[in-house]
Design a protein around this ligand. Sequence first.
Ligand SMILES: [Zn+2]
Length: 191
Amino acid sequence: MDEKQSQYKDIPKEFHSYEKDGLFTNCIECDRELLSGDCDYVIEKAFRNYQGFKAEDVIFDYAICMDCAMEIQKRMSKESMFKIQEYMQKQMLDRHQDLAKRDLTNVDELYSKCMFTNEDKSNCEEYQVFAFCRGDKMNLQMPPYMVSGPILDEISELLSDETRDELNGFFNKHFSPSPGMFEPDPRLILI
Ligand SMILES: [Zn+2]
C-alpha cells in the first residue's frame, strides 16, 4: 500500500452529519465547500449515552474549516490556551506508552476509547469525537480521537471567563439548543 493510500480513509458513519444523514458539506462558520477537497477541516460530534437503554443521542455536531478553527483559537485567551496545552501535555506524557501502541490501522478503535482515560464509549455517559478531514476522506496523519465526559469537564474548568464567552458565542450563533440540552455548558474544544 502506498503512503497516500494509507493516510486517507473514508469518513466513517460516526462522523457523518446527523441532520444531513451523510457527509458534512460546508463549514459551519464560513459556509465554504468542504467536499471539493481544497481545505483541511475538523469534525466534532458530541454524544450522550443512555446507559442501560442502548440509545445514543447526538448533542451537537459540525464541521469547521481549519482557517475558521484557527480564527476562533486566536480569539481564545492566551491564558486558556496555555492551560489547555499544559493539561494535554501532562496527560499525554502519562499516557505516552498507551498512545504509542495505538493501532492506526484500526480506525474505529481510535475514536471508540477516550484518548486520555482509555474508557470505552459504551461506558461514557457523554463523549465527543474529533476527526481531521480533507474532501471526503479522513486524514490519518492526525488520527481521530475521543474525549470522555469527565475529561471534557476538566478541560472546561481550565477556561477563562473570556474564553468561555467566546465559545458560548460561537455556540449560540450556530445552534439553538432546546432547553436543558447543554448541562451545564456546551463544552467545545478546538485544539
Ligand atoms: Zn470556514
